[in-house]
Design a binder for this molecule. Structure first.
Ligand code: AMP
Length: 400
């Protein structure tokens, strides 16, 4: 059974085509970027080793999905004989509010839920819905499944998701913590259990998803108990360009100091803060900041330490929340690739049972692996995330 996974953003559509009957093997995938602009480009790879990069004329998501469908059945580079082989399409959808706790077949009711969340996920939910409607047009009759970033966190107890605000803000306006990156947290926490040789039901795991965005979650018995992102992805860790946790009074202070309105301060905290703002070298990429630090830039050193310290604090907090811990797992761009950052985060945590093996930590690999010392009471893992695979698996499980 062929499952296509679509991740539609504001100006891009990412796709992977999986053969689920063949054990979830990816057959082809790629990305169409800068949709609607003069220099729209497409990258396409397949399991035969073809790598194609081309400039394309694509004005919207529907044209992008049509182009993807054409490529999948292309006589030379395609991987399918006919589009009728595609039995389901799994869509990454960022916000499902409170009502979506599992993957769902998308119908008009689900689309209304996605629309209801436009105001709290204005950058993500509208293009996600456009991607769904594009697939409905290009693949008529094929089941579209929504796999929501918020769904894995739906098991959080009320004491973890409520804010210290008047209760009617929750009951009437649904102001609460939801959490994001749920597909990655679900995948990595399950992989961590497998690496431990245990069932997800039997382990306590902290997942540090450190990418351009970053979030950390506390998972017990395969269920999320707490996570660092909140109503929106702005809360929690310091990220590439997002500030993470703040004293809320800073918001109106910034508005006064910088002369910003609500939209302006939203943009300031989401796009100009985090590592970008702290390091002050015009880049939010951890590689650039590590390089500047290695050349002696003190502000970059401070930015790295501040970023790491926030993660360390959350690990401590989540050990308390879980009442114990079997494994800390690092994933995503920074978590998988920066040995320096993992070392900085775990520095001084030996007393809590987290002992890193420096040599193992410094070894580069794309395989899930432990990097803890052999006598570390708690395991430390590096696990490459695979959100597409997880979306395909959840889609397949629902429709098969
Ligand atoms: P993601 O959002 O998961 O794709 O992660 C992207 C981020 O990972 C980039 O912005 C970089 O900051 C970081 N990253 C990727 N590779 C490395 C690396 N080798 N060392 C440090 N950071 C990295």
């Amino acid at each position: 059974m062929i499952v296509l996974v679509i991740n539609a953003g504001s100006s891009s559509v990412k796709f992977t085509c999986f053969d689920m009957a063949g054990g979830g093997k990816p057959l082809a995938g790629g990305l169409i970027e800068r949709i609607g602009l003069d220099d729209t480009s497409m990258k396409y790879t397949n399991h035969k080793g073809d790598v194609l990069k081309s400039k394309v004329a694509v004005k919207d998501a529907q044209e992008a999905v049509k182009l993807i469908s054409d490529k999948l059945v292309d006589p030379q580079h395609g991987v399918l004989k006919s589009l009728s082989e595609v039995k389901a399409i799994g869509h990454r959808v960022v916000h499902g509010g409170e009502s979506v706790t599992d993957p769902v077949i998308i119908d008009e009711k689900v689309k209304a839920i996605i629309r209801d969340c436009f105001s709290i996920a204005p950058l993500h939910n509208p293009p996600n819905l456009i991607g769904i409607e594009a697939c409905e047009a290009v693949f008529p009759g094929v089941a579209n499944v929504g796999v929501f970033d918020t769904a894995f966190h739906a098991t959080m107890p009320a004491h973890a998701y409520l804010y210290g605000l008047p209760y009617d803000l929750y009951t009437e306006h649904k102001i609460r913590r939801y959490g994001f990156h749920g597909t990655s947290h679900a995948y990595v926490s399950r992989q961590a259990a497998a690496l431990l040789g245990a069932k997800p039901e039997d382990v306590k795991v902290i997942v540090c998803h450190l990418g351009n965005g970053g979030s950390i979650s506390a998972v017990s018995g395969g269920k999320c108990q707490d996570t660092s992102m909140g109503l929106t992805p702005l809360e929690g860790l310091i990220m590439g360009t997002r500030c993470g946790d703040l004293d809320p009074a800073i918001v109106w202070n910034i508005m006064k100091i910088k002369g910003l309105d609500a939209n302006g301060v939203d943009n300031y905290l989401n796009k100009k803060s985090g590592l970008l703002g702290l390091a002050g070298i015009g880049s939010s990429d951890l590689r650039d900041i590590e390089e500047a630090h290695n050349k002696g830039n003190q502000q970059c050193r401070q930015a790295l330490e501040t970023y790491a310290y926030r993660i360390k604090k959350y690990i401590g907090a989540y050990m308390a929340a879980l009442g114990g811990l079997d494994c800390v797992a690092f994933t995503a761009g920074v978590g998988e690739n920066s040995a320096t950052m993992r070392e900085l985060v775990l520095k001084g945590l030996d007393g809590l049972g987290l002992k890193l093996d420096k040599a193992k930590n410094d070894l580069r690999s794309s395989e899930p692996r432990f990097v803890n010392a052999s006598d570390s009471p708690i395991k430390i893992a590096v696990i490459p995330t695979d959100e597409e695979q997880e979306i395909a698996g959840q889609t397949y499980a629902l429709v098969k």
